[in-house]
Design a protein around this ligand. Structure first.
Ligand code: TRH
Length: 392
């Protein structure tokens, strides 16, 4: 049973798109999974429908209210608004501590029973999250308590988003050459590119992309680098010698670089599965790469005072023990430690790839042994709901 013994539990997610696509990417993924795997009636409040549309082309950017794949999507146009207790969902999630409209919070306090209120936080491999996951925070004025929900890699955290059928779909796709060719065919890859080592590249602007391109140009094995439009635009534009718009491509030496359109979120998984190596960034693509069964290099979102280097090291300490080349390359890619030589760092990474791919399997098993995030989140909400009912 969910908190209010309702046969059709309701849940609202408030998502403010601060920067890039990770916020809406995670909220949309969570919303779909809760709806389709757990039967929850989800309302997703989003302030920036244009960013949402980039990862989900069905979204109508002019609609105040719409149904997208069974999820109610509301344009969160501002902080004004008067709400009734009936407007409030049984479980309310604020993403990354975004400020829910004050009128909605007032209505939360008037609802009977009161909703479960969770603050969904960012993913980090650092140890301190275990002590903060599930911590309460009382509202200063209203009879409401918010609880922190931290995704994470250990049993004492909220886990990672992973759909139940994902692994089976991945294995089927990676075992099906025709399906992979058909998918990549959408982007007009040449036979040369199809036969090359395929690398997807999703990173922030400060990644040393030009250095890597130079190594790949001079390398012995052919590399086909597939870059979503708008990513590493300067280095890609310089390499191609033209505007790096979707469809632009060039080959020099052993390297081909091709700009892909930004694809819908489910197709991004296919891209990761179809490539031999994935460069990912932020949070959501990073997690998807962990499920892709292929080696990946993570570019972490930069933070003040190089706080992100600490987070990167915390992840590498969990993931890349026994994978020295991945560690060295990742530190270099993120500017946390300059490698003595980039060509050597790349050669070592390339040689280590079979071992990294093996690590993907054990990692998946280790992390998912504690349960997936959507299930853990609902279990926590049920637990809080029961506790609240007992207090009434
Ligand atoms: O877009 P990001 O840089 O988001 C980041 C992180 O979430 C970070 O934690 C946050 O603090 C910062 O934004 C503000 O990278 P991320 O997290 O990988 O999100 C990208 C989303 O875009 C992800 O859901 C995958 C999706 N995507 C597509 O749907 N199609 C594409 O073609 C590509 C390249 C990505």
């Amino acid at each position: 049973m969910l908190p209010h013994a309702s046969p059709d539990p309701t849940l609202a997610i408030f998502c403010k798109v601060v920067d890039n696509y990770g916020d809406i990417g995670i909220c949309w993924r969570l919303a779909r999974q809760l709806r389709h795997e757990h039967g929850v009636a989800v309302t997703l409040w989003v302030d920036d429908l244009a960013s949402f549309r980039r990862i989900c082309p069905e979204v109508d950017t002019a609609a105040a209210l719409q149904d997208v794949r069974g999820v109610t999507v509301r344009h969160w146009a501002g902080q004004d608004g008067v709400f009734a207790p009936e407007d409030v969902a049984g479980i309310v999630i604020e993403f990354f501590g975004c400020d829910i409209p004050p009128g909605y919070i007032e209505a939360m306090a008037r609802r009977t029973p009161r909703p479960v209120w969770l603050n969904y936080e960012g993913l980090t491999a650092e140890d301190w999250v275990e002590g903060c996951h599930r911590l309460p925070s009382m509202h200063p004025r209203l009879k409401l308590t918010k609880h922190f929900f931290f995704p994470g890699f250990t049993a004492q955290t909220g886990g990672l988003l992973c759909e139940q059928d994902l692994e089976a779909r991945r294995i089927a796709f990676q075992g099906d050459q025709a399906a992979q060719r058909a998918f990549l065919g959408r982007f007009q890859l040449s036979e040369r590119e199809l036969a090359a080592r395929k690398v997807s590249l999703f990173c922030y602007p400060d990644a040393p992309v030009s250095e890597l391109f130079q190594i790949w140009v001079q390398g012995e094995g052919a590399v086909a680098c597939l870059v979503p439009e708008g990513v590493a635009a300067q280095a890609v534009g310089e390499f191609i010698g033209a505007e790096p718009v979707a469809g632009a491509a060039a080959t020099r030496g052993a390297l081909s670089v091709r700009v892909l359109p930004f694809v819908a979120q489910p197709d991004y998984d296919l891209l990761l599965w179809a490539c031999d190596l994935n460069f990912v960034r932020g949070e959501d693509s990073w997690v998807r790469a962990q499920w892709a069964g292929r080696p990946f290099v993570w570019h972490i979102y930069p933070q003040d005072e190089n706080l992100h280097h600490k987070k990167l090291r915390a992840f590498l300490a969990r993931y890349a023990t026994g994978l020295p080349a991945l560690q060295a390359f990742s530190l270099g890619w993120n500017g946390a430690a300059e490698p003595d030589s980039w060509p050597q760092a790349w050669a070592a990474l390339r040689d280590e790839m079979p071992a990294i791919a093996e690590r993907a399997t054990t990692w998946r098993q280790e992390v998912l042994a504690h349960g997936d995030l959507a299930t853990k989140l609902l279990d926590f909400a049920r637990e809080l709901g029961r506790a609240q009912e007992n207090q009434i």
